[in-house]
Design a protein around this ligand. Structure first.
Ligand SMILES: NC(=O)c1ccc[n+]([C@@H]2O[C@H](COP(=O)([O-])OP(=O)(O)OC[C@H]3O[C@@H](n4cnc5c(N)ncnc54)[C@H](OP(=O)(O)O)[C@@H]3O)[C@@H](O)[C@H]2O)c1
Length: 316
């Protein structure tokens, strides 16, 4: 909230020439605007990974009409993060069809207060966390191979939020059950906090993944960016109240942090960035409590990922 008033992220100027990029959830909102920026900055090939291909095609058409990019720069591929099979099929397609992968922006996400199960979790946890990291781990070898083969650095950038800091995560106190099991209990679920929790858990997973993938060995920069409160369709279930709508950033301004994260320097590896600057972590991500929770979350998440795709977390 503070930076909402005190700074405006600058439009990145780093060239994406020669780069192949995937942006998930890019038919609307921050993902769409970041694609537009990366096309303008010279990206060679952008895969718009969306759950609804016709909406994706309309978004690609819009970018083509507002930039001077070659039409074939943009491709729309189907990806539904509420289905593990869709994530696995998408990753397989990437492996076989893309000669290189320079950037994966894990942008797609939902904010919902309705409790629904998709796969083995409440939907926000499946979409914003498990499938996001399933995709990240599945594509890590491609990012690493690209970095090593072309003597460059590649990026896995996830889109977080400052709201991780206010997550209460009361479910963690449920007796005699795992964290994910507790989050699956509809009776005790605090859905007003669930989006924040899904993003908090994403911070733990990001820190863990970055620690497992030393930059000097793999050349993959793994970072998390927070766009601030922005106009988008994220609040489609419940409109932003007037005062918040009044201070929300235009979508293209918020998207600048995604574009920055996707081209950010090595010092951002394992870091959380607000308006292009590394930030210290607070709330349940700090101190001994943070370290303990990170270990617990990673232990359970790793088990899930290994069940879906055995061996997927062996990336070091
Ligand atoms: N807007 C903000 O104030 C704000 C602040 C901090 C962080 N963020 C984060 O920024 C990211 C982008 O959100 P946004 O604000 O641009 O919201 P948005 O306009 O609602 O865009 C979200 C995108 O994610 C896609 N998506 C949702 N569920 C999906 C699924 N199961 N499979 C594939 N794609 C899926 C949506 O596709 P459909 O159009 O088909 O639903 C849409 O393309 C999210 O991770 C969000 O948490 C947003």
């Amino acid at each position: 909230m503070y930076t909402q008033f005190t700074s405006t992220p600058s439009l990145p100027t780093t060239s994406f020439k020669g780069r192949t990029i995937i942006v998930t959830g890019s038919n609307v909102g921050l993902g769409l605007e970041s694609c537009r920026q990366m096309v303008t900055l010279g990206a060679s090939r952008i895969i718009m990974a969306v759950r609804n291909v016709s909406k994706g095609e309309a978004a690609a058409k819009d970018i083509r009409a507002t930039t001077s990019c070659a039409p074939e720069t943009l491709e729309v591929w189907q990806l539904d993060l509420s289905s593990y099979q869709s994530v696995l099929s998408f990753a397989e397609r990437v492996k076989t069809e893309l000669p290189r992968l320079d950037v994966l922006v894990g942008n797609a996400g939902i904010g919902t207060e309705t409790f629904r199960i998709t796969e083995d979790n409440e939907e926000s946890i499946t979409t914003n966390l498990v499938s996001l990291f399933l995709l990240g781990f599945l594509l890590h070898p491609k990012l690493r191979d690209t970095a090593l083969k072309h003597s460059t650095q590649t990026h896995f950038t996830i889109v977080g939020t400052g709201l991780y800091e206010v997550a209460q995560f009361k479910e963690r106190k449920a007796p005699n059950m795992g964290l994910f099991e507790a989050l699956n209990d509809e009776k005790t679920a605090v859905m007003s906090d669930r989006y924040n929790v899904s993003k908090l858990l994403g911070m733990y997973a990001l820190k863990q993944m970055a620690a497992m993938s030393p930059l000097q060995n793999n050349g993959v920069i793994i970072n998390c960016v927070a766009p601030g409160l922005c106009h988008s369709q994220l609040h489609r279930e419940r409109k932003l109240p007037g005062p918040l709508a009044a201070i929300a950033r235009p979508t293209d301004v918020g998207a600048r942090v995604l574009t920055y994260g996707a081209s950010a320097p090595p010092q951002t590896h394992g870091q959380y960035l607000v308006d292009h600057k590394n930030q210290e972590l607070h709330g349940l991500c700090s101190g001994q409590v943070g370290a303990k929770l990170q270990k617990q979350v990673w232990g359970e998440l790793r088990q899930k990922l290994e069940t879906i795709s055995p061996g997927v977390t062996n990336i070091s």
